[in-house]
Design a protein around this ligand. Sequence first.
Ligand code: AMP
Ligand code: MG
Length: 491
Amino acid sequence: MNSENLEKNQIGWRFDNTYSRLDDSFFAPATPATAKSPRLVILNRRLAVDLGLDLNGISPEAAASFFAGQDLPPGSQPIAQAYAGHQFGGFTMLGDGRAILLGEHLSPTGRRFDIQFKGAGRTAFSRGGDGYAALGPMLREYFISEAMFALGIPTTRSLAVVTTGDTVYRQTRLQGAILTRVAASHIRVGTFEYVAARGDETNLRVLADYTINRHYPELADSPNRYLDFFRAVLDRQAALIARWQLVGFIHGVMNTDNMAISGETIDYGPCAFMNAYSADTVFSSIDHAGRYAYRNQPAIAQWNLARFGETLIPLIDQEQKKAIEIATEVLGDYPALYQRYWLNGMRSKLGLQATESDDLELVQSLQAWMQKSKADFTNTFRGLSADVLPTADRYTDPDFQEWHAKWQQRCSRESQPITVIRADMRRVNPAVIPRNHRVEEALFAAEENNDLSVLNRLLDVLKAPYEVGPDSATYQEPPTDDGSYRTFCGT
Ligand code: AMP
Ligand code: MG
């Protein structure tokens, strides 16, 4: 490293580029576009510390320039990754059209993280798009991904958002922005689909071996590693989707290019958290058929995993028929696997440690009641964990009282006293989630008035979602009307 680079690197980047050392067909070199006047909007100092970065010594101007991609760190090698994907069921060749991967940063504890600029300009995969992103959607991803992290759900992280000083044209003129995304990797189901679609079996093996090594190293010596790999990815996705369902998170665009092999939640577009419980909830304005509705998420994940399994067929067995048979059998385990994660999660939400055969029915009857009475999903569970059930008209409903009596009886058969059960419940049922109307309010203040105070207050509360602080009450309140809430992809 020369002295200029050393200076640039006083913040502690340690880049490696194993992905771009794989085959050339996996990516295209890319360069972040020139940004007119970068300005730092938000910086995740806690995450920076976890990554081993020391941002204290650098000026806001230098940070803005860096996070706008104007000052690349030594050792980075910017690329756009190639991938394909099934979007709303249809197959397309895609690739990073508005994201540039700097490489992999190695943290002091030896962990490897992709560092990616989202919204940094056109790449070889931009097709008709401008490669840019607007401030609102980038802040939205920052918010929701960090809220998911605080909830304990596997997710990509957000390190910074800057505005570029350039205008982005969508339906209106918007401020251009770049999000710095931190991920275990950006390898997707769609990455495998891309290589498989090219019929390149050699590189399919290269990609599978690389991914196993990076995310499932325990399988490296397994005699049937590719099948075990499939099984392990299935397991992580089953666990992940169960976590989404348990907090009412609706991803919105579960295309195969938005499903990470690492098992992290990725690509926060038109996602949102459900308020009033309704299994049909859809927020995305482009999801007319409700393909990615709340209730469909587990089955869609399995559909995506079937597409993943198909790519692995040539690696699983030389005899295609046999490979398909084995993979189909493994995929067939998914519903039961998911159901186990979900039901165990529901048991925890209801404070139950033991397993009883009627537990599923107990959960389902609560869901039916929430659906019927339009009860708030988050507050219902949090309410049950309170020492005194909150007073609300709907709790006087005889159906609820009947359910509540059953649940209390069920709790009495647990080994823990109810006070301990409730305390345990408060550790798994969030008090605050990023409610749509609060998120919109914060984004509006930031976008329209350059006022970040609303956003920072919300972020502060979301950092400890299981705790009730002096500020929580405002953020626990559901919106008065959520029925017409729609989210947009922000592309
Ligand atoms: P997403 O909806 O963010 O998952 O993106 C789907 C595909 O569209 C990906 O290949 C993106 O890279 C691409 N894309 C989204 N927005 C843009 C844009 N503004 N310019 C170029 N490509 C884009
Ligand atoms: Mg995507």
